[in-house]
Ligand binder design. Structure first.
Ligand code: GLC
Length: 543
């Protein structure tokens, strides 16, 4: 295979993928919830932005208790989002625009409305229907205590009791019963789901909770240090993935990798003229090494690198993540990934302090990540510099809010502003607020407003993605000369030197032609790099 053919085949190695949170991207039918026709109509925005692929959050039939991550039918589109024909039209239009389409697969649990779970409830203890899930007897004299001490990621016990006295496991909401992946029927069902969507032309799958499918046999108690509580932290502020080393019989069991080896064989059958079909893991692993196990050559193509997202604003912390990631992923031949925001965490400008400084830092971290080897994942709205919205309690919808009383994830999921000066800012037809209210004063953040402004964050993203293509997709898999000097991180990637200033003072810049910078438009970077700013400098000799 020529270098060019290999590059085409393995498009994912350097792809920039844009996450579409389908409820909040664009609403065609005016019900206040985003949908597939709305997304299809807005695809030119993604082409103009310069991304290679989009990942779409679940649009399958679902009671929407966790906004689609509770699937009742894996092979149909929820009427809220459209029809199967709309899904086909979306894939076709994306391909016309040279965008690849990754869909979300939720294999850890179904919805409690899934026919399998309904049948399990009806069939009763000991039945083959119950054996597709994790039903157990309770503890205590009358079985009134949960079978073990596991906690739901969304707060509270991970077990719910049914009227006949048995309990079922749900690592998330009680409306999301966990499947028993040790039952071969489950694997067979999901293989047919993969084939269903591959036959419809999708280019890959983002695998939800990829580290969770198989639980330690016996479902023993989680061992917790004296004085602390069992659990998996609630998904606020990034803590869903911010876990310290601890005993976790519910996560990251060795047998889970057998599942992905089987899936990889299926996907490899489908590699075709558009190149590989891919698997990307959402796996909240404890170390870069455990993340790398998911991307061994016969498993997934990629896994989200959450350590980048979790790093504080610090040159040392960023350097440690770059080094740790490349050291872990390199030996297994995987491709590293980089991500700063998604639909489960606080938007990165807000995490970095909010306001102009938060945005400056967010742009700088983004520019730095876009120069690194491997592929990057963007979350809708970050190209507009959107911040976390403080959603009023009466509007919150996240199941973790209902289970814990903590703010939850609604604030990063507010529908996008496309144009105009008042809600719904072109998100959909009409004049009403969408499913999560948009803040007043979002007009200048809209796509239309930023499109017209060469100094906007949208213009910055477009310029950065265009500049990235000039070197970052061809400059190999390594970085060199990685240094931390004071609050400044620098490294070289091929012909480009990247400098990120995490300090509070301007610092002198090395020589080189400015290829891209995160500084506000109009800033001339000749001798100094301002605080909270990153730059790509092309070595004049490398031209
Ligand atoms: C993943 C999704 C999250 C969802 C959870 C349960 O973490 O990203 O949004 O709530 O899985 O499916």
């Amino acid at each position: 295979m020529s270098g060019r053919d290999a590059e085409h085949q393995q498009w994912w190695r350097h792809a920039v993928t844009y996450e579409v949170y389908v409820r909040s991207f664009a609403d065609a039918d005016g019900d206040g919830v985003g949908d597939l026709p709305g997304l299809t109509a807005r695809l030119p925005h993604l082409r103009d932005l310069g991304v290679d692929a989009l990942w779409i959050t679940p649009f399958y039939r679902s009671p929407q208790r966790d906004h689609g991550y509770d699937v009742a039918d894996y092979t149909d589109v929820d009427p809220l989002f459209g029809t199967l024909d709309d899904a086909d039209a979306l894939v076709a239009r994306a391909h016309e625009l040279d965008l690849r389409v990754i869909v979300d697969l939720v294999p850890n649990h179904t919805s409690s409305e899934h026919p399998w779970f309904r049948a399990a409830l009806e069939a009763g203890p000991g039945s083959p229907e119950r054996a597709r899930y994790l039903f157990r007897e309770g503890r205590g004299a009358d079985g009134s205590l949960p079978p073990n001490n596991w906690r739901s990621v969304f707060g509270g016990a991970a077990w719910t009791r049914v009227p006949d006295g048995q309990w079922y496991l749900h690592l998330f909401d009680s409306s999301q019963p966990d499947l028993d992946w040790r039952n071969p029927e489950v694997g067979d069902m999901f293989e047919s789901v993969l084939r269903f969507w591959l036959d419809r032309g999708v280019d890959g799958f983002r695998i939800d909770v990829a580290h969770g499918l198989v639980k330690e046999e016996g479902l023993r108690d989680q061992v917790v240090p004296e004085g602390s509580e069992p659990g998996s932290a609630a998904p606020t502020g990034g803590s869903m993935i911010e876990r310290t080393l601890r005993d976790e019989p519910m996560w990251d069991q060795p047998e889970v990798h057998e599942v992905y080896r089987r899936w990889r064989r299926v996907l490899d059958e489908y590699a075709g003229p558009r190149g590989d079909r891919i698997l990307v893991a959402e796996a909240w692993t404890q170390t870069p090494e455990s993340m790398a196990r998911f991307v061994r050559p016969d498993e997934m193509h990629q896994a989200f690198n959450f350590s980048w997202l979790l790093a504080p604003w610090s040159a040392e912390a960023f350097a440690a993540v770059v080094t740790g990631t490349l050291e872990a992923v390199g030996p297994v031949g995987g491709s590293p990934t980089w991500v700063l925001s998604n639909h489960d965490v606080i938007r990165h400008p807000t995490r970095y302090g909010g306001g102009p400084r938060g945005l400056a830092r967010a742009r700088a971290a983004t520019l730095t990540m876009l120069a690194l080897p491997g592929s990057a994942y963007l979350y809708q709205g970050e190209e507009l510099g959107l911040e976390e919205v403080d959603v009023a309690p009466e509007h919150r919808t996240d199941p973790s809010w209902f289970r814990t009383g903590e703010a939850g994830r609604d604030g990063c999921r507010v529908p996008l502003p496309w144009d105009g000066d008042a809600a719904p800012y072109g998100f959909g037809p009409g004049t009403g607020q969408p499913w999560l209210p948009q803040p007043a004063g979002w007009g200048p953040r809209s796509v239309a407003a930023q499109q017209a402004d060469p100094g906007s964050t949208l213009a910055f993203y477009r310029a950065a993605l265009a500049a990235r293509r000039t070197f970052a997709t061809t400059a190999g898999e390594s970085v060199t000369d990685l240094r931390v000097e004071g609050a400044v991180l620098s490294f070289r990637r091929g012909p480009v030197t990247v400098v990120l200033n995490c300090g509070s003072e301007a610092v002198p810049l090395p020589p080189g032609e400015v290829l891209a910078s995160s500084a506000p438009a109009g800033t001339v970077l000749s001798r100094d790099l301002p605080a909270d700013c990153a730059v790509w400098l092309r070595d004049p000799a490398a031209r």
